[in-house]
Design a binder for this molecule. Structure first.
Ligand SMILES: CC(C)(COP(=O)(O)OP(=O)(O)OC[C@H]1O[C@@H](n2cnc3c(N)ncnc32)[C@H](O)[C@@H]1OP(=O)(O)O)[C@@H](O)C(=O)NCCC(=O)NCCS
Length: 303
């Protein structure tokens, strides 16, 4: 499994390899590096065993272990991998910068690159970190990175802060507005479906209504400025909306009940794989001809 190299103003992060063993053992040679850990990695054998564990990583693609290089020298390590300590296999960030290089903003710079990769290329909704209660420098790094402190607990054998960073809002949809020929019909179909998916009514006025979930809202409006009374999704413009559904069972359930709320199935002969073998989705069309795709967010193995 190959990790992409990540480049910052002063650093290059590249996938940890066997050839980095001695350099990583050296990074951890100062006992200060292990001050907040259960193991003392200033012992070369312990550090080498830690390198083994990192090299054995077999988790999701795009996550894993990087060495942090400055001017071609390995000065630290960073990781993003499913947490061993937090439930649900959530992605956990870790960063380590050798003592002679500390205090120059390098851990913050390296960890920011890993966060950008996790939120950008991997599309993770959140990244977690566990920082020892007394590790003031690491807590500062996490604060610089925008992590929220959401509590504490015993992790890795001692009291740790539990921190989370959420994917940035920058560039995400703010709202989606659909012009509809019949507001009542749109409310019957969209209102039901969005309500089932956890959206709640947000705004209402004579010609329209909106529903909000998280920071995004969907508007349906029977605008007086409509230039036609029918929607034709094969014309240029929006073809369909695709919404995430937590599980395959919930996609099945919604698809089964949608008919009572103004939706009819599309591509029913190929349900649930009309979008491909690895894609589990229901395609529905309402009376106005709008298409919605309900996509199971869970992987093939289930939740
Ligand atoms: C924690 C660690 C990654 C920080 O690396 P770094 O490159 O020095 O981090 P940065 O320079 O980006 O930021 C460190 C911040 O902590 C501050 N700091 C450093 N030592 C501190 C201390 N003892 N008390 C309070 N703040 C301290 C720095 O001033 C800096 O804050 P500032 O930018 O507001 O001035 C590094 O010391 C390390 O690898 N420690 C051992 C491993 C470890 O604990 N990793 C974290 C596991 S969660």
């Amino acid at each position: 499994m190959t990790l992409p190299a990540l480049t910052t103003a002063r650093l290059r992060l590249r996938q940890l390899a066997e050839a980095d063993r001695d350099a990583v053992v050296k990074v951890f040679s100062d006992p200060e590096m292990s001050r907040f850990f259960a193991a003392d990695f200033s012992d070369p054998a312990a550090a080498s065993a830690m390198v083994d564990r990192r090299l054995e990583y077999r988790g999701p693609a795009g996550q894993g272990h990087w060495v942090i290089e400055r001017d071609g020298d390995v000065i630290g390590v960073a990781h993003l991998r499913p947490s061993w300590e937090l439930p649900g296999g959530v992605a956990e960030l870790g960063y380590y910068v050798a003592t002679p290089h500390a205090g120059q903003g390098l851990a913050t710079e390296a960890a920011q690159a890993v966060l950008d990769h996790g939120f950008g290329a991997l599309g993770l909704p959140a990244i977690w970190a566990l920082v020892h209660e007394r590790n003031a420098a690491s807590r500062k790094v996490a604060a610089h990175l925008g992590f929220l402190d959401v509590g504490s607990g015993v992790h890795y054998g001692d009291l740790h802060r539990v921190l989370v960073a959420q994917a940035p809002v920058h560039g995400r949809p703010h709202h989606i507005e659909l012009w509809v020929p019949d507001l009542a019909e749109a409310e019957r179909s969209w209102g039901w479906l969005l309500g089932e998916l956890g959206w709640r009514e947000f705004q209402r006025w004579p010609a329209g209504v909106s529903w909000r979930r998280g920071g995004t809202y969907v508007v349906v409006e029977e605008s007086p400025a409509l230039s036609a009374r029918e929607h034709e999704r094969t014309r240029p413009g929006l073809n369909h909306l695709a919404l995430q559904v937590a599980t395959r069972a919930e996609v099945d359930d919604l698809a089964a009940r949608a008919g009572e709320h103004g939706w009819r199935p599309l591509f029913a002969d190929r349900y649930p794989h009309a979008g491909g073998d690895a894609h589990y989705a229901a395609y529905l069309e309402n009376e106005a001809g709008f298409e919605v795709e309900l996509v199971a967010a869970e992987g093939p193995a289930g939740r």
